[in-house]
Design a protein around this ligand. Structure first.
Ligand code: OXD
Ligand code: MN
Length: 592
């Protein structure tokens, strides 16, 4: 398939280590993909679903001990520990190669090694980067075929270059005590062993497009961020683009695919999806920041996805989709998950492969769920009804606004705008959110998650902050930076803001701010909307509640300051002085 000697000698070395029975190159053809699907169904690795109702769709179950990203087993291996920083787990590269080398030794005996040549980003675009993943899992191959651009075109575009990301994955025996997701940014290398869960094994996604790419971005003067990209078409036909960073499973896919409320639809507003998870951002010749989605599909959280919350995502999953860890409806050979509709199947198998009795389902007890809370769909971007026509534009799209957000029951108001890029970088650096099921560990605990990148920065978090500040100096016309919180609750714990499509009302306020069309109140934390500037037409929300949503509770902010100081201290002395000064200034403003 290739004559690239750098690729060939690396594959030879990895094959000598893992000892596969055979090596198969993935060419990106439909014939080969279909043969692999058939093989996976014949071994039980996948189940073919109802061809009439869900054409081209399959169900897969991971091992029960292997259902989410494992941050405690994820490592950044740099020569100097300080280059990985205190937030990442670190191992010396030699130690990691030796330790994992033992786990990979002979791991593919009796198995096939698949070679997946893939491009993150449009093949051949100057935005894009090439990787090769070696894996012994057909499930990984079929997911990578959806999530990335794979095959002979990539090999051609790569040519003889020594520049590519080398990914090695083996399921081995799925032993969680020996599960490792390890990155060697100095060598452009990723090794993943003993897992079959997407976030740990689809190496183009979190491992390459965020951890390795963030390292490369710092070196080369661009940014790799955990951000969705959406376009808002206004009634006059102009489309404006926004990037937004929220922690995992906090609604990025829903926001990226939102459907405007009826009164805005009638006025002519439309929303288009460019990406739902990752953005690569570069400074364009026009001095603006341009974004491209390096992925080619969506690896979305299934539970909660329904006709109301995200009809576009649901429509996207109706064909050519791989469902992982959802309920199997045996009556019509389709799938189901909590929150899909109110008709759970009667004759069903749960995500663990056991018969599932929907009458025993109790919302408060996750162990009664039929689908795992982090169950997923892997779906093709081209099947998304609201995909942007710029999705395949090799130049990306110009960004007007960057939005940070998290799940906070109380502290953060519905929306505020930072004073400038430096303050906006500070706002990103102090982001916090209540944890979700996307990563292993307790759910619902507040943790600081700067720029939603805590699990994904491939180097020292303080240096990452410095990179944000440096980039500010390189963007003559930077986007405005905002912070949102869709998850504010009342004293009974109910969400106050309706969310979903109605979030467009807040995005439109942002665009008005970008255009200097509306004023705002300057508060200690940033610019907060004048309530009359958020259009609440048709909402069951009075002005007083809106004021409550926009209020800044100084005491809870002051209580947060100490927590932020501790977090900065944890990162250490790489936190830029400018951000420490921003924190002091915030405290001073709040104390006035
Ligand atoms: C994801 C995640 O899968 O952030 O996108 O965990
Ligand atoms: Mn994500």
């Amino acid at each position: 398939m290739t004559t690239n000697k750098h690729v060939l000698s690396w594959i030879e070395e990895m094959a000598a280590l893992t000892c596969p029975d055979k090596i198969v190159w993935i060419d990106g053809s439909e014939e080969q993909a279909e043969a692999l699907r058939r093989e996976a169904c014949s071994t039980g690795e996948m189940i073919k679903l109802n061809e009439e109702k869900l054409p081209g769709c399959y169900l897969h179950r991971t091992a029960v001990n292997d259902v989410a990203r494992v941050e405690d087993r994820t490592f950044i291996c740099t020569t100097r520990k300080e280059d990985a920083g205190n937030i990442n787990n670190w191992m010396a590269p030699a130690e990691a190669y030796e330790k994992l080398g033992k786990l990979f030794k002979g791991a593919m005996k009796g198995r096939t090694m698949y070679v997946i040549p893939y491009s993150m980003g449009i093949v051949g675009s100057s935005f894009s980067k090439i990787g090769y993943e070696l894996t012994d899992s057909i499930y990984v191959v079929l997911n990578m075929l959806i999530m990335t651009r794979v095959g002979t075109d990539v090999i051609k575009a790569h040519g003889d270059s020594p520049d590519f990301v080398k990914g090695l994955h083996a399921k081995a025996d799925l032993d969680e005590k020996n599960r490792y997701i390890v990155h060697f940014p100095e060598d452009n290398t990723i090794w993943s062993v003993n897992s079959g869960y997407g976030g740990n094994v689809l190496l183009g996604k979190k491992c390459f497009a965020l951890r390795i790419a963030s390292w490369l971005g710092r070196k080369e003067g661009w940014m790799a961020e955990h951000m969705l990209i959406l376009g808002i078409e206004k009634p006059d036909g102009e489309t404006r683009y926004i990037c937004a960073a929220f922690p995992s499973a906090c609604g990025k896919t829903n926001l990226a695919m939102l459907i405007p409320p009826a009164f805005l639809r009638e006025k002519g507003y439309k929303v288009y999806t460019v990406g739902d998870d990752i953005a690569w951002l570069r400074v364009g010749e026009d001095g603006r920041l341009w974004a491209q989605n390096p992925e080619n599909g969506f690896f979305g959280v299934a539970p909660g996805t329904n006709e109301q919350s995200n009809p576009n995502a649901l429509a996207t999953t109706k064909k050519d989709t791989i469902f992982t860890n959802v309920v199997h409806n045996l009556d019509d050979n389709t799938v189901w998950w909590e929150g899909l509709d109110k008709n759970p199947p009667k004759n069903a198998v749960d995500w663990k492969g056991n018969p599932w009795d929907c009458t025993k389902y109790n919302k408060a007890d996750k162990s009664t769920c039929g689908a795992h809370p982090n169950s997923r769909f892997t779906a093709k971007a081209i099947n998304c009804p609201c995909l942007s026509k710029e999705f395949n534009n090799p130049n990306g799209v110009p960004i007007d606004a960057i939005v940070f957000g998290g799940r906070r029951a109380k502290t953060a108001p519905l929306v505020y705008q930072s004073f400038d890029w430096e303050h906006g970088s500070f706002v990103g650096s102090i982001m916090a959110s209540e944890t979700t099921a996307a990563a292993a560990g307790a759910v619902g605990v507040v943790r600081r998650d700067p720029m939603a990148m805590r699990p994904f920065v491939g180097y020292n978090m303080g240096d990452y902050f410095a990179h944000w500040l440096e980039m500010g100096g390189k963007i003559p016309h930077p986007p405005k930076i905002f912070h949102v919180n869709w998850f504010r609750t009342d004293d009974d714990g109910n969400f106050i803001w309706p969310g979903f499509g109605d979030n467009l009302r807040v995005l439109l306020w942002m665009l008005d701010r970008c255009d200097g069309k509306v004023g705002a109140e300057k508060t200690a934390i940033g610019y907060v909307p004048n309530p009359e500037d958020i259009d609440i037409t048709g909402l069951d929300l009075d002005k007083k509640t809106l004021e409550e949503l926009l209020s800044v509770d100084k005491d809870s902010w002051l209580a947060d300051i100490q927590n932020i100081r501790e977090f900065y201290a944890l990162i250490g002395d790489t936190v830029p002085a400018a951000l420490q000064e921003q924190l002091n200034a915030l405290e001073e403003r709040l104390s006035k």
